[in-house]
Design a protein around this ligand. Sequence first.
Ligand SMILES: [Zn+2]
Ligand SMILES: [Zn+2]
Length: 257
Amino acid sequence: MIIDTHAHITCDALYARKEEVIEQAKAAGVGRILIVCTNAAEGERALRLADTDDMFDVAIGFHPCDLYDVEESDWQRLEAMLALPQVVAVGEIGLDYHWKEVDKDTQKRGFIRQIEMANAIGKPVSIHMREATRDTLDVLKKHLHVSGIMHCFNGSEETVREILDMGMYISVGGPLTFKNARGLPEVIKSVPLDRLFVETDCPYLTPHPHRGKQNEPKYIVHTFAKLCELKETTVAQAEAQMLENYQRLFRNGCASS
Ligand SMILES: [Zn+2]
Ligand SMILES: [Zn+2]
């Protein structure tokens, strides 16, 4: 089975047709989905899904671009949800300097606060990093005591090494399949299979050849096939290794490698 380690299936667009989305994901060979929720309402939806089907795990956290109007009561609600057993990760959290709505200091404060929550409960983090590589890595090195996943990774080989040195994992999404993927395929070749994951980040970043459509977990097969080609491995070997990675990260505590 394939694991989608980053899917926003409780966003309004996908949740409205969730039965179909889930059924088609299973038919495509997706056996596990980490649902990433960016607010409490999505979190409630994800918890309901996790109660009805054990293929789902839940991550919840404040995205850096959403930190402008978070109130103290929101923080308390987040903390309560993170304590639930179905919630296996804190995320997605991080830094995003592409969008300017939230200033860098507010982003860093929110990021560090959530890293500290993850440290306190011993659950891994799912990290969003866009146009903020140096600051993100510096914050992680200084504050993070658990492991985690760099989601939708699109960085350099040097960045890969820093992330691996921290005991973290790299997850690659649809951009790996894009015709303008530039250096990403070569970079992914340098990541050992026992530190790799795949994801959709649906409803965004639909892989080739479905670009232009709304993304959903069933399309992960295209990213997965590309990854197997680059890593010169069979689908069965890659599936088994990623399952082992997932269990190591989420089931057996956070200490990796
Ligand atoms: Zn993200
Ligand atoms: Zn995301």
